[in-house]
Design a protein around this ligand. Structure first.
Ligand SMILES: [Ca+2]
Length: 92
């Protein structure tokens, strides 16, 4: 039962993360002009920040904070098969 609750809470957290990715996408895409766009509904913020960390200074800063809290957080959570980027053929 305890594992089921933890699993439920984890899935809930991921869905909130992805919801926020879609919610903030118009403003983040406008302000940050990232190569990999925010707003793909099945991608977490950590994945988008990780993909953009080299070319987007703010994304790099956010990844630095996340990596301090959880080692290699952004790199470990990049979802290569998700997102609004040229290499994703699934579309959005
Ligand atoms: Ca995903």
């Amino acid at each position: 039962m305890k594992d089921a609750i933890k699993n439920y809470l984890w899935r809930l957290l991921v869905s909130v993360d992805q919801f926020i990715n879609v919610l903030i996408s118009p403003i983040f895409n406008y302000l940050l002009q990232p190569d990999h766009l925010f707003g793909y509904p099945d991608e977490t913020l950590s994945s988008v920040f990780g993909k953009n960390r080299e070319k987007c200074r703010v994304c790099g800063w956010i990844c630095w904070v996340l990596d301090e809290l959880d080692t290699d957080h952004c790199d470990r959570n990049i979802e290569k098969d998700e997102g609004n980027s040229p290499e994703n053929t699934k579309g959005s």
